[in-house]
Design a protein around this ligand. Structure first.
Ligand code: 2U9
Length: 348
């Protein structure tokens, strides 16, 4: 068979192989087989050496046409196959947007944090700053500066986790107020702050005691602050947390850092003051402690107690949460059982 016939046969075979190739990798194999260095076309071209000078250009031209035709046909088939592959992919991967999605479990802030957030929002709205401080504290800020010197009997009121003689786990958030008051420049205006956070006491855990719980304390220092300001502030707080119909009643009490000191009761949410088992038939529920800041506390923080004075209060969000949701064991808040905690999902 002459070279031209060989080439024709090769072309025909090649074209039919290309036409029948079902996928891109097969097509590539065909290309390598037909046109590669070891392929039949190269082989035929090599045979051109034996042709006469006159025949060579003619056969050469013919061979080039065959190669170009095969190359162009392979390219055409490749485009077709790529299009087919894309169409198949689009059909397979089409998304039915009407199908229901996979539900994603949503978390929420811890129930105690939800109460703290609500208190923060209220006080931020009244121009207070929210200040946080260290949980590992110096005895000086936790006790001394709050009018509780080393020999003070009231230190027994709260057993404390000591780390060294001078360093302890804070037993209240008051040291944050003491630190802030010490730094505050009163010539620039009053100090209005709340300090939410975790505190620690050496209590044995039971239904109403936890060695770790939360406090939110508030402090206002300015000229001419009165007990009326304190009562109004506490009423605003009670109405924010419980509702408009709630009243506040102050009873005398004692704290080393305030004088006079008071305990604040709020109308019982269960019987609205009529008397029930929740409020032990008094119509009132004790919710926080407060008072006018003791002059010693002001002096120790370097504040002129003749010119400036103020009020402070402290409350326990754990107790608030127990009252609001009827939780009878404080330990539930610290066990991190999602079955318990997910009940307080604001998103419903
Ligand atoms: C400074 C001056 C005064 C903070 C106060 C209370 C009264 C109080 C307790 C209530 C329940 C804490 O959560 S609880 O255990 N607190 O009764 N706290 S006045 O007085 C301060 C704080 C800081 C510099």
């Amino acid at each position: 068979m002459g070279l031209e016939d060989q080439l024709k046969k090769l072309e025909q075979n090649g074209l039919s192989e290309i036409k029948n190739s079902g996928d891109l990798s097969k097509l590539n194999d065909i290309r390598v087989n037909l046109l590669g260095k070891k392929g039949p076309l190269t082989e035929v071209l090599r045979g051109m050496r034996d042709l006469s000078k006159e025949d060579r250009p003619k056969v050469g031209e013919f061979a080039n046409r065959v190669r170009d035709n095969l190359t162009a046909t392979i390219e055409k088939r490749r485009t077709e196959l790529e299009k087919e592959r894309l169409n198949r992919k689009l059909a397979e991967e089409s998304i039915d947007v009407t199908l229901p999605g996979t539900p994603v479990a949503q978390g929420q802030p811890h129930v105690i944090q939800q109460i703290i957030d609500q208190i923060e929002d209220l006080f931020l709205g009244m121009g207070y700053q929210v200040v946080q401080g260290p949980e590992v504290e110096l005895d000086r800020y936790n006790f001394e500066m709050l009018n509780l010197p080393k020999d003070h009997p009231a230190r027994d009121m709260q057993d404390t986790f000591y780390i060294t003689k001078d360093i302890l786990m804070r037993s209240q958030t008051s040291p944050v107020q003491a630190r802030t008051m010490e730094k505050h420049d009163f010539s620039k205006g009053p100090l209005k702050m709340i300090s939410p956070g975790v505190v620690y006491r050496r209590d044995t855990d039971d239904a109403t005691h936890s060695h770790q719980f939360h406090q939110v304390e508030g402090l206002v220092i300015d000229k001419n602050i009165t007990m009326g300001d304190l009562k109004g502030t506490l009423e605003t707080l009670a109405q924010e947390l419980f509702g408009d119909r709630f009243e506040v009643r102050l009873r005398p009490s004692y704290f080393p850092f305030t004088e006079p000191s008071v305990e604040a009761d709020v109308t019982c949410f269960n019987c609205m003051g009529k008397g029930c088992s929740v409020c032990k038939y008094t119509g009132w529920i004790e919710v926080l402690g407060a008072g006018m800041v003791h002059p010693n506390v002001l002096k120790m923080a370097g504040v002129d107690s003749e010119t400036y004075g103020g009020f402070a209060f402290g409350l326990g969000p754990d107790r608030f949460a127990m009252l609001r949701y009827g939780v009878d064991d404080i330990r539930n808040f610290y066990l991190n059982d999602v079955r318990f905690l997910s009940q307080f999902n604001k998103r419903g």
